[in-house]
Design a protein around this ligand. Structure first.
Ligand code: C2E
Ligand code: CA
Ligand code: CA
Ligand code: CA
Length: 284
């Protein structure tokens, strides 16, 4: 219960203590989960305007360890970043993803080969010069064509790791990997950064798409419009994330958005399920 003690300082330190405890709990849970491999990937389909089946799938990590029940990546990824566990975690995701694709290749040959896969990596990876070689090694091991791989990074990371980031992105692209700028519009230096980075695609952040459905949100509408216009000027295609309604889809499509992702189409599912659905859609 709350004590009748007034004063900002007291409340602040109590909140801090709770926050520190929560963080320690997540950190310990993560360590256990990593030692036990207690993670899985769900895949969220990305659709193009005039295609009934998805062209791409984004891998999203889930922790299956009971200690972290109900704790999503929005909470545990920042903790992994803070405690230096993110490199191990990102590598786990990359290898697990490649292995899952490899395992489905026998059964669904051409339906895997023409599917792009997008993997999120922490922007801290821009300071990890080993990453490109590790990705290439894992791709060779699991017979993955790097021309079908997208890496998603947030814009804030790009700005703070500029020289090393530039070098790495260039290297990754030389191997056929495409770079997606995630959560676009949530940072501040975004627009003028576009010309400095080798970016293949932008993702409009879910928060902007979300507000499109609320009538009278003229401000957000114009923000979405501005982002699409800027992307058009730089010649960069755009994916909208968090599309939940037909109205949002129509609005975005009408304004030249190229591809879409969100609950309107499908929630994240197991890769086997995504591939099986796609297989049926292609043949019906
Ligand atoms: P993100 O990369 O921006 O991923 C999109 C998030 O929005 C996902 O949440 C996805 O499930 C959710 N989403 C997409 N469309 C909709 C929609 O229509 N409605 C609603 N309500 N939600 C939608 P999730 O899976 O919880 O991931 C959260 C964040 O955690 C990701 O944001 C990403 O930054 C990070 N993350 C997830 N998986 C990984 C990973 O394997 N590695 C790294 N480094 N980060 C990851
Ligand atoms: Ca993403
Ligand atoms: Ca995003
Ligand atoms: Ca996000």
């Amino acid at each position: 219960g709350k004590r009748a003690l007034p004063g900002h300082t007291y409340c602040f330190s109590e909140e801090m203590a709770i926050e520190m405890k929560r963080e320690a709990h997540i950190q310990q849970g993560l360590r256990k989960a990593m030692d036990e491999g207690a993670f899985e990937l769900k895949f969220m389909p990305i659709h193009q305007r005039d295609k009934p089946w998805c062209t791409s799938a984004e891998a999203l990590i889930r922790c299956t360890h009971p200690d972290l029940e109900g704790v999503g990546p929005d909470l545990f990824i920042p903790v992994a970043e803070k405690y230096g566990m993110i490199y191990e975690l990102d590598l786990w995701v990359i290898e697990f993803c490649f292995r899952e694709i490899g395992a489905l290749k026998q059964e669904f040959r051409e339906d895997i080969r023409d599917l792009r896969v997008a993997i999120n990596i922490s922007s801290l990876e821009l300071n990890n010069p080993k990453l490109p070689a590790q990705i290439i090694m894992l791709a060779n091991r699991h017979d993955i064509d790097l021309n079908t791989l997208d890496l998603e990074l947030t814009e804030t990371g790009l700005v703070s790791h500029k020289p090393s980031g530039l070098k790495m992105l260039t290297e990754l692209r030389q191997h056929g990997i495409r770079i997606i700028l995630d959560d676009f519009g949530t940072g501040y230096t975004a627009f003028n950064q576009l010309q400095h980075y080798p970016i293949d695609r932008l993702k409009i952040d879910r928060s902007f798409v979300n507000e499109l459905s609320i009538s009278g949100q003229a401000h957000t509408r114009s923000l979405v419009d501005v982002i699409l216009r800027v992307a058009e000027i730089y010649g960069i295609p755009v994916t909208a994330e968090g599309v939940e309604t037909q109205e949002q889809l129509n609005y975005l499509a009408q304004r030249g958005c190229h591809s879409f992702q969100g609950y309107y189409f499908n929630p994240p599912v197991a890769l086997t399920k995504l591939i099986a659905t796609r297989y049926q859609q292609k043949r019906s």
